[in-house]
Design a protein around this ligand. Structure first.
Ligand code: ZN
Length: 228
C-alpha cells in the first residue's frame, strides 16, 4: 500500500497538477490532504475540483486549513497578515457556491488505524505553527496513532520519540526517509505543494509505504511563471 500525503496547495494549480499527474501513473492507494487548498494562488476553484475528483476516484481524505475556513467566513481574517487577508477576500469572491459548501464541510481532524491528519498541530488543529522541539514534544500526547501528518508552516520536518524516551528530529529531507516502529510516535510536516518556505521552490509532498513502514519526501519541479 502506498499513500500520498500533501498539504498547503494554496490555489497553485500548476504545482498540484504536476504531482497528481505523476502519481496517476504510479500505483497509489490513497491520497490525504492536510488542508489549505486555497489562499494566495490564482486557481482556487480548479484546485478544489481536482481534489474533489480524487475523493471520488480514490476516496481521498481531505481536512480543513486556516485559509480554507477564512475564505468561507468560518474564521476571522484579522488573524492573517495583510497579504494573506487580501488573498482570502479575493478567494472568497472567486469561489463557486458549490466549492464554498465543500470547504465548509471539511473536518478539522482525521484519524484511522494508521494515521492522524491535522493542518496545524494535534493540540490546535487549525492555528498552531509547530516549529520547534518543545512544541513537538508537547503535542505528542494529543494524538493516539503512531504517526500524525501536519502542514501549515510549509516547512518539511519530522519528530520521533520512542518508549525509551530517545528523540529524533530535524528537517524532513528527500535523502532521509523516516522509518516507523511500533515503539515510537512520529510527527511529520509534509511541506507545501503550492508555496514551499524551506528555501526549495519545488512542490513538496510525502509518500508513505505502509509495508516498509517508511515515509519519503518527494519534490517536483513545475512551471512557476503562470502562477506568478
Ligand atoms: Zn498554508
Amino acid at each position: 500500500m502506498r499513500y500520498v500525503i500533501f498539504a498547503d496547495v494554496h490555489s497553485n494549480l500548476e504545482a498540484l497538477s504536476v504531482i497528481l499527474e505523476y502519481y496517476a501513473k504510479e500505483k497509489v492507494d490513497k491520497y490525504f490532504c492536510c488542508g489549505d487548498l486555497v489562499g494566495y494562488g490564482p486557481n482556487p476553484n480548479e484546485c478544489i475540483e481536482k481534489i474533489r475528483h480524487l475523493e471520488v476516484t480514490t476516496s481521498a481524505v481531505v481536512i480543513a486549513g486556516n485559509h480554507d475556513l477564512a475564505s468561507v467566513g468560518l474564521k476571522e481574517i484579522s488573524w492573517f497578515n495583510e497579504y494573506a487577508q487580501a488573498a482570502i477576500l479575493w478567494t472568497g469572491k472567486k469561489l463557486t457556491a458549490e466549492n464554498i459548501n465543500y470547504l465548509k464541510s471539511l473536518p478539522q481532524i482525521y484519524q484511522d488505524e494508521n494515521l492522524t491528519l491535522v493542518h496545524g498541530s494535534p493540540r490546535d488543529p487549525i492555528d498552531e505553527y509547530l516549529l520547534n522541539l518543545k512544541q513537538a514534544r508537547e503535542n505528542l500526547n494529543f494524538f493516539s496513532t503512531e504517526v500524525c501528518f501536519i502542514g501549515h508552516s510549509h516547512t518539511p520536518f519530522f519528530y520521533q520519540k520512542n518508549l525509551e524516551g530517545e528523540e529524533f528530529y530535524g528537517n524532513f529531507l528527500q535523502k532521509n526517509p523516516v522509518s516507523l516502529t511500533t515503539r515510537m510516535k512520529t510527527i511529520i510536516n509534509v511541506g507545501s505543494v503550492g508555496q514551499p518556505r524551506d528555501g526549495d521552490p519545488r512542490a513538496a509532498c510525502a509518500i508513505y509505504k505502509l509495508e516498509k513502514r517508511e515515509i519519503y519526501l518527494t519534490r517536483f519541479e513545475y512551471n512557476i511563471l503562470p502562477v506568478q
